[in-house]
Design a protein around this ligand. Sequence first.
Ligand code: PLP
Length: 385
Amino acid sequence: MTESTPQRDWSSEFDIDPNVVFLNHAAFGPVTNRGRRAIESYMARWGQFAEGPDVDQESFAMLEQARSDFAAMIDGDDRRVAYLSNTTLGLNTVLWGMNLERGERLLIPEVEFPAIVYVAQQIARERELQLDVLPCPDGHFTPEDLETALQQTTAALVFSWVQYFNGYRYDLQTIADMCHRHGCFTMVDATQGVGAVPMSARESGIDALACGAQKWLFGQPGSGFLYIAPDPIRRVQPLYAGWLGVDWSYRFHDLRRWDRPPYEDGRQWEVGTYPYCALRFAQTGLELLRECGLPDIWRRIQGLHRQLQTGLDGTQYRALTFPEQHASGIITIDGPRIDELQTTLAAQKIFTSLREGTVRVSPHFYNTEHDIDRLITAIHEFNRS
Ligand SMILES: Cc1ncc(COP(=O)(O)O)c(C=O)c1O
């Protein structure tokens, strides 16, 4: 047995086939029953029009709640959170909005998820910036590598808090402090960390963070958020304007007023009518995580990781993770015939991902010791085959 807080049985929250072991939250989260019920009831109310011809009041209240729920996940100021449909949009919003100028320097790690890479490359081309890469010989950069790179004036560092393929988690405060000492903006893609590991955007001092909700947050694709610190080291100008970016006090009967000032809070980075269903669904995921509590979630995931690591003793396979301060919800399995191992697991309905030559395992808080036992048993069998 591992230390398994919380002990509660969460199975009624999901409708996952009893033969399936789902260990792939770094790819996407499962559909929650409470999310499905919330969408059904929202759609039913909308469909009936029993409470009037539109659902604006309810939907806008939901939006406000969602921004503050997202903010709570990262311990950030909810007035600085914008709803955005994915991480990539958040990265674009910040990096284009910084108005970088010709010759300025943008820094990304040598090893990174492509969401950052393609945005950085395009901005560098269009704005004639210098795009530099930080060496990552062990799958991540070190503070020493960063200190060396920052000897050259750098406008922004863009990196993932947790690396998608090996689960390495950077210490945000160390990096933000270092960047700020050199006048460099810290832009974080936190998609692989938020919901699994507790964090504080406030205390870390990062300038901006983008996060999708479809993985560890139990949202659906099309839901995510952007956070920009109250006093970022460089201003981020909104790229677009929108009629919902100004204050109508949610009363839309006099739309010929063209003199309304833009919002100054997170809504300045949002544009147009919202995907309410995706948002409603995401909200229920955040509610579930809140009920469980992020510190307990993180302890629980770590316990499952330890069970996997010791369970592989006696095989040719090793479960790799990093020391606690750099560990995350992702643990990887290394060993011979790795592609074949992953497809063999999938054939037994044990779902993981193959990433950059290892099997990526990403359990969440509701996974059980029994789930990990099934994975361990399957690997032992494969090892003997
Ligand atoms: C680190 C990281 N960032 C971003 C994404 C996805 O970005 P988007 O939601 O914009 O497609 C992923 C995975 O899909 C990821 O692993």
